[in-house]
Design a binder for this molecule. Structure first.
Ligand code: ATP
Ligand code: MG
Length: 380
């Protein structure tokens, strides 16, 4: 029996906590570190230490109280986690986290291991951008190397006039430049590696973003068998070279000429894996726990085609809200217990499941269109 520590208690931490509660023989309790009082994970039974994710004292205090430590965010302080390793087992390892949390180190690591990635270059100055962008042409993307999410760390440089603006946008941050990929589709693979080195991957899914935020995941992705195989192979190779244990979300592009390349890796359960709660025998949350506990990994077969739809706060208002009723038999709604809505805030998601395997992805998409018309936010 182990006490599980969790850095980050948002919706991912909440769903990890729920999975942990279903494993009472292995996990006796969950303690979460999160700066927001009554964070989503605490609402489903995790004990909470209320402090910043990077608070050294709080991280070490958490490490003292738990037998095994993991996280739902990639911005943790890997140096402090390295110190905490003497107190408790941490997975994925702080060394894996250190590589992944810096997009430049991450891509360099993948490229060194012959895993296909977007073309990229390190940027040290304004002059550097002016010179190196000629290798890629326009548009190109200037990216903050660390602490980016929901596309907030990206600036698209469309012409030479944008260079200065792009540079100013990231005052003081370490940067990299990427060639713009004119992709056909964004896909991802949820992959797991347990502490004993066993690897498992879920079938590739298709991701549709709106304003840089994931809106819809379609499982399985509408791709050829060849592309599905490439994606799975790349995910497998990645897990072999990255020595971390846990679940990883591997985001990829399918290019115009049907090549699959990695965009980025998240060292944690991933929004594009939420469909597994209903579509698969093993959810990504249970899989993550199995991986870090060194249990045999669960079955990753996609049993039912499923569409995951993110419920995001609307632009219309912020504050306490209610949501209209759009329930139906094959719709599994999961709200994250966030009382207040803000524009674009991830408030919940639902999975629309092809329970009898008769609708197919096309049928699910048609049904989704009817459902989304019924979703209304009501000020509470
Ligand atoms: P998130 O938290 O949304 O996963 P992030 O802020 O870390 O993401 P990225 O994943 O690097 O940012 O980029 C966000 C989105 O921007 C991608 O999903 C993709 O749509 C687009 N994008 C990123 N890099 C490129 C590229 N090199 N070429 C074309 N589009 C890109
Ligand atoms: Mg991303």
């Amino acid at each position: 029996m182990k006490v599980l520590g969790l850095i980050g208690g948002g919706q991912l931490g909440m769903m990890i906590t729920e999975a942990a509660k279903k494993m009472p023989e292995q996990i006796s309790g969950v303690i979460v570190l999160d700066p927001t009082p009554n964070c989503p994970a605490s609402k489903v039974g995790a004990k909470q230490i209320t402090a910043d994710f990077k608070d050294e004292k709080a991280i070490l205090e958490l490490a003292d109280q738990v037998d095994i430590l993991t996280y739902e965010i990639e911005s943790g302080n890997s140096d402090v986690l390295k110190q905490a390793e003497s107190k408790t087992e941490i997975n994925p390892s702080p060394e894996t986290l250190r590589i992944i949390q810096d997009k430049f180190l991450q891509k360099s690591f993948l490229a060194e291991n012959n895993i296909p990635v977007t073309e990229f270059l390190e940027i040290k100055s304004l002059e550097d951008i002016k010179e190196k962008i000629n290798q890629f042409g326009y548009p190109a993307l200037l990216k903050a190397r660390r602490d980016a999410y929901d596309g907030r760390g990206n600036y698209r440089i469309k012409s030479p006039e944008d260079i200065q603006l792009a540079y100013n946008n990231f005052a003081g941050k370490s940067l990299m430049l990427e060639k713009f990929v004119d992709f056909k589709m964004e896909v991802s693979v949820i992959a797991a590696r347990n502490t004993k080195g066993e690897i498992a991957t879920y079938p590739v899914v298709e991701n549709i973003h709106e304003n840089n935020i994931l809106k819809i995941t379609i499982a399985p992705a509408r791709v050829s068998e060849d592309i599905a195989k490439q994606a799975e192979k790349i995910a497998h190779q990645t897990m072999q070279v990255l020595h971390g244990a846990g679940v990883f979300g591997i985001e990829m592009f399918v290019t115009r000429n049907d090549q699959v390349i990695i965009n980025e890796i998240a060292p944690r359960v991933h929004n594009s894996g939420h469909h597994t709660l209903q579509s698969s025998k093993t959810s990504q949350f249970e899989q993550h726990l199995r991986a870090i506990l060194g249990l045999r990994l669960g079955d990753t077969t996609l049993v039912h085609p499923t569409i995951m739809y993110n419920i995001l706060g609307t632009g219309e208002f912020s504050g306490k809200y209610r949501i209209s009723d759009f329930s139906q038999d094959n719709l599994y709604l999961k709200m994250y217990g966030k009382d207040e809505s803000k524009p674009q805030r991830k408030l919940g998601h639902f999975n629309l499941v092809d329970q009898n395997n008769t609708l197919g992805v096309q049928g699910l998409l048609e049904s989704l269109e009817t459902i989304t018309k019924k979703i209304k936010f009501i000020q509470a």
